[in-house]
Design a protein around this ligand. Structure first.
Ligand SMILES: Nc1ncnc2c1ncn2[C@@H]1O[C@H](COP(=O)(O)OP(=O)(O)O)[C@@H](O)[C@H]1O
Ligand code: SF4
Ligand SMILES: [Mg+2]
Length: 341
């Protein structure tokens, strides 16, 4: 699978660099973003002061164990619920302050592909209607133009044109994910948030869908926030990777840095878990870190460093003092008292 994906991988470094030097605001910027859910059991600290930047045409991978806050981050970006604190800037504009027209315009430019396309597709709606609906809502073209666009979308994601007349239950999981991608693509978005978009698929189908996403990026310059618990998948898709642990970003770097020289003990543990013949050569003589136990409860996060209850290097300072993200290298930040120098 990896070889297939590698062949399709195109880096957008030139375009991203151009954005950064032209004084254009980033496509997406998260500033000290936090989300606390109040439940009967207490306050769930799902997301704590997350800072992230995503440039136009870039793919930012977001990786971390189940329960670390990835989907919460995605839902906040999609404005499905409001942040408890912090800001989300899209094109430099705080989305919490947008009026109705701005919200509609953003909706067209910001789309999402879900893990389970079946539950996100209306079972009583034909695929043609599902793909046409966003075009109707956003008044894109007349009926003839919309039909042509639906055919183009189906063709683009590798589905037969007759699929337009069929219903979600008539398709396989991989085909349904293609429909989900076609729907996300319908309005020519600038950013697609993919939340565990291939996690439910068989390995061979997974490679096809990842390659489709990479092809679409190369063809249309769409940016992705690519979310997965699987570091190997994230690495193949992403220009940069942010590693999350219990509601916080603990390391962020260009994809190859994370892969070749992970600095945070948690990132090293994720690397250790990858069944790869190359892992030993990548990690060299570094100790293989096997993650013990489950993610601690976000109802009562550990003091100091949130990873201290599972970190083999934890010392007294780790329990007392929270490590902040610090620059280790160009574009590489890490939050660990002992990772740098
Ligand atoms: N609507 C909600 N109400 C209460 N707790 C929630 C809600 N959504 C998510 N959580 C909790 O927030 C934490 C992060 O969840 P989530 O963002 O789904 O993680 P991930 O996508 O990384 O698996 C988990 O502990 C989860 O139980
Ligand atoms: S700060 Fe301490 S507990 Fe946290 S990752 Fe670094 S060594 Fe481990
Ligand atoms: Mg999730």
């Amino acid at each position: 699978m990896n070889a297939i994906i590698e062949n399709h991988l195109t880096t957008n470094v030139g375009a991203i660099h151009q954005n950064a030097t032209q004084n254009v605001p980033p496509l997406l910027e998260l500033k000290r973003l936090s989300k606390i859910f109040t439940t009967d059991a207490g306050q769930v600290h799902a997301l704590s002061s997350v800072d992230l930047v995503l440039q136009r045409g870039e793919t930012l991978g977001l990786v971390g164990e189940s329960g670390c806050g990835k989907s919460t981050l995605a839902r906040l970006i999609m404005a499905l619920y409001p942040p408890s604190a912090g800001e989300i800037l899209f094109d430099g504009k705080n989305i919490a302050q947008s009026d109705k027209a701005e919200r509609l315009a953003r909706h067209a430019r910001l789309q999402m592909v879900f893990q389970d396309p079946f539950s996100s597709l209306n079972p009583r709606q034909s695929i043609g209607r599902t793909l046409e609906e966003p075009l109707i809502v956003h008044r894109r073209g007349d009926k003839v133009a919309r039909k042509a666009r639906v055919s183009w979308l189906l063709e683009r994601v590798g589905l037969h044109l007759e699929s337009a007349w069929r219903y979600p239950h008539e398709f396989s999981g991989g085909q349904r994910q293609r429909i989900g991608i076609a729907r996300a693509l319908a309005l020519r978005p600038d950013l697609i948030v993919c939340d565990e978009a291939v996690s439910a698929l068989d390995v061979s189908i997974r490679a096809q869908i990842l390659n489709l996403l990479l092809d679409l990026r190369a063809a249309y310059g769409v940016a992705y926030l690519f979310i997965s618990h699987d570091l190997a998948v994230v690495r193949h898709m992403s220009d940069r990777i942010a590693v999350m642990y219990l509601g916080k970003v603990v390391e962020q770097a260009p994809s190859e840095n994370i892969w070749r020289a992970p600095l945070h003990p948690y990132t090293q543990a994720l690397m250790s878990a990858i069944p790869s013949p190359h892992r030993k050569s990548i990690l060299g003589n570094k100790k293989r870190i096997i993650l013990q136990g489950d993610l601690p409860s976000p109802l009562n996060p550990p003091s100091g460093c949130r990873f201290q209850t599972r970190c083999p290097y934890a010392e007294a300072r780790c329990r007392a003092e929270e490590p902040l993200l610090q620059a280790a290298d160009k574009g590489h930040t890490v939050a660990c008292h002992f990772a740098i120098g």
